[in-house]
Write a protein of this length. Structure first.
Length: 333
């Protein structure tokens, strides 16, 4: 039985990850500021799902508040930290850039400092496929250069990877970064395409199809993601030996992995599958690509497969059906 801190526990991935840890008998402390970037009610409802477990404790705090974060670490002795709290969303970073610096940079520093001073055994943190920018090499490999972000959100996630490496190198904190690829499923985020499309179709409103539908995404079902996150949490990285180190390899105890479906889906096919699940054809506004967006994401997951036997197996048709069924039940439709 481990004691694990999950930041962003009121969020989509954070709630599911916390539940998986509780189901296997771990004690989970969830930390979240429950901000209003999207529905606070949805976040509170997620927390209610977790609070039915005796092994769950919730702390409402902002990561920028270093004193509150330190208090949480002082009160509990964490075996590991799964840091999923962040200001999400590529397009919103064009409107409110300061939120990304406050949460994703300042907040991440608070976590790193707390892990350093309280000798946390392993820090797993959320990076993003957005770090690849407009990378033309497919699939995206962890060894690819990621020096040209096309959104501030992506830049903050790349910064997290650099900050984590620095703390691993200087203070020998084991860290593992996960580059998430388009996660979807029940309890998902209202600002993401699958939720937005479902809501619009059921309301008889048109959906906005960007880049005129010429998009592909490595849609990854939440259950697959959570299995990978939990396995990574249990695998503490050891320092690389200098004998094995290539020119881009570090001797610090840190790793970075892609975590995605490894099977990108055409946007138009996803829409057609969603229409089948809902039983209604969509009205479509065909629009140009938006600033900060990329036309395709495609994860090479071979390194994560080798490390923890990560093998996503949820077809898009099944995952969308699970989401639509949950959406209707949640909204009483």
């Amino acid at each position: 039985m481990a004691q694990i801190l999950v930041t962003g526990a009121a969020g989509f991935i954070g709630m599911h990850t916390s539940r998986a840890l509780l189901e296997r008998g771990d004690r989970v402390v969830g930390l979240d500021n429950v901000n209003n970037y999207y529905s606070v009610q949805l976040k509170r409802d997620r927390l209610r799902e977790l609070e039915s477990w005796s092994g769950f404790t919730f702390c409402e705090a902002d990561l920028k508040d270093t004193a509150s974060v330190s208090d949480v670490f002082r009160q509990y002795q964490f075996d590991s930290v799964i840091h999923l709290a962040a200001q999400a969303g590529v397009r919103y970073s064009l409107e409110n850039p300061r939120a990304y610096i406050d949460s994703n940079i300042v907040g991440f520093l608070s976590i790193l400092e707390a892990c350093r001073h309280h000798e946390t055994g392993h820090l797993v943190y959320a990076s993003s496929s957005s770090v690849y920018g407009a990378n033309r090499s497919k699939p995206f490999r962890v060894s690819d250069r990621v020096d040209n972000p096309v959104s501030l959100y992506a830049a903050t996630k790349k910064s997290n990877e650099l900050m984590a490496h620095t703390y691993s190198h200087l203070f020998r904190i084991p860290t593992t970064g996960l580059r998430f690829f388009t996660v979807y499923g029940p309890w998902g985020r209202p600002d993401m395409a699958i939720w937005l499309f479902t809501e619009a179709i059921l309301d008889g409103k048109p959906i906005n199809v960007f880049n005129h539908g010429r998009m592909r995404r490595d849609f990854t079902f939440i259950d697959d993601i959570v299995r990978g996150v939990v396995r990574v949490n249990d695998r503490i990285p050891s320092p690389n030996s200098h004998d094995d180190a290539g020119p881009d390899t570090t001797s610090a105890p840190c790793r970075i992995y892609n975590i995605g479906n490894n099977q990108p889906v055409e946007l138009m096919r996803m829409i057609e599958c969603l229409e089948d699940c809902i039983g209604i054809k969509s009205l479509r506004n065909m629009m140009p690509i938006q600033p900060g967006d990329v036309p395709e994401t495609f994860a090479d997951i071979s390194e994560l497969q080798a490390a923890v036997d990560f093998r996503p197996d949820t077809p898009i048709e099944f995952g969308l059906r699970k989401f639509v069924d949950w959406y209707r039940q949640y909204h009483g439709l």
